[in-house]
Design a protein. Structure first.
Length: 295
């Protein structure tokens, strides 16, 4: 029996624009994705003598069968490599689900990467990325992590200069938002404000959070905030407490605030903790240069 434990990071979107729709209904995106330190732990066991796929998790609300992206990842890996073995996966979830943080996608990426390591690297990174894209639009990014411009449906990756070690706060309200729902609503009511990516990139290089705020946008905010106006108040709270930039991540509902200094972030965290309604969750984090780490 061989085993491996990975840390699988959540992501935030530092921008998100919709450039069009594919015939299959998927949306063409231009989005800057960024790994953050909020992470799940993924334990993997490979039994060369055994067979079958067992998935367990510490969160009773997530499915443990083929609907789970980690399960899909293991199945696809075994099918693609022809490896015959028993696989056990245990997910220790910390990333909230239906949150816009790619929690399911990062677990899938960890399973692909981890199984490949355990099996002696039968697949190249390119092959892993191909499998990842079949599991979900955010899985390729989660496999590489860091700071990446994602286009296509999110699977075409262009690495950007690292934007690591920036302190942030994530606030997850007590409701979830389904990604298909958000994209559907967006089609009915497209946004008027779009990110200016060239301005955003130069602001990111200068680490000028205020200029980033000016340049960026997440076009899905228009639908999510319309359905849940509290999201706008949460963003405003973060700015009032000193965040240089605040935005919704992905299709939401998580909103995040970026801070210049760790001390500012910690003060804002303490203040927010007192004010948030019951059921809301708050996380202190930093941006990271990688999405997966073997621990
Ligand atoms: O690929 P993933 O399973 O994460 O996507 C979930 C859903 O989000 C898709 O079924 C689709 O409705 C929507 N989506 C989209 N365009 C994208 C990514 C996701 O329309 N680029």
């Amino acid at each position: 029996m061989q085993s491996l434990t990975l840390e699988a990071c959540a992501k935030i979107n530092l921008s998100l624009d919709v450039a069009g729709t594919r015939p299959d209904g998927y949306h063409l995106l231009t989005t800057v994705m960024q790994s953050v330190s909020l992470s799940d732990r993924v334990y993997l066991e490979l039994d060369r003598q055994g067979n079958g796929l067992i998935l367990l998790a510490n969160d009773p609300s997530i499915p443990l069968d083929e609907r789970n992206t980690a399960h899909k990842a293991a199945r696809r890996f075994l099918d693609a490599t022809g490896v015959s073995a028993g696989v056990r996966i245990f997910l220790e979830k910390a990333i909230p689900t239906e949150a816009g943080l790619a929690g399911g996608s990062t677990d899938a990426a960890a399973v692909l990467y981890g199984l490949n390591e355990l099996c002696g690297k039968p697949l190249s990174m390119e092959q892993l990325l191909e499998l990842a894209a079949k599991i979900g639009a955010d899985v390729p990014f989660c496999l590489t992590g860091g700071t990446v411009l994602c286009t296509g449906i999110g699977e075409i990756l262009t690495p950007l200069e690292a934007f690591a070690r920036v302190p942030l706060i994530l606030v997850k309200p007590d409701f979830g938002i389904s990604t298909p729902w958000a994209f559907q609503r967006y089609d009915e009511n497209p946004a008027a404000i779009h990110p200016n990516h060239s301005k955003l990139f130069s602001a990111m290089q200068r680490r000028d959070l205020l200029a980033m705020q000016e340049a960026t946008a997440n076009v899905l905010e228009s639908v999510s905030i319309k359905a849940h106006p509290i999201l706008d108040s949460l963003k405003q709270h973060l700015v009032d407490l000193g965040a240089g930039m605040a935005l919704m991540s992905g299709s939401g509902p998580t909103v995040f605030g970026l801070f210049r200094e760790t001390a500012h972030r910690d003060r804002a965290y303490a203040a927010l903790e007192q004010r948030l309604p019951d059921g809301y969750r708050i996380f202190s984090a930093t941006t990271r240069g990688q999405g997966l780490r073997i621990i």
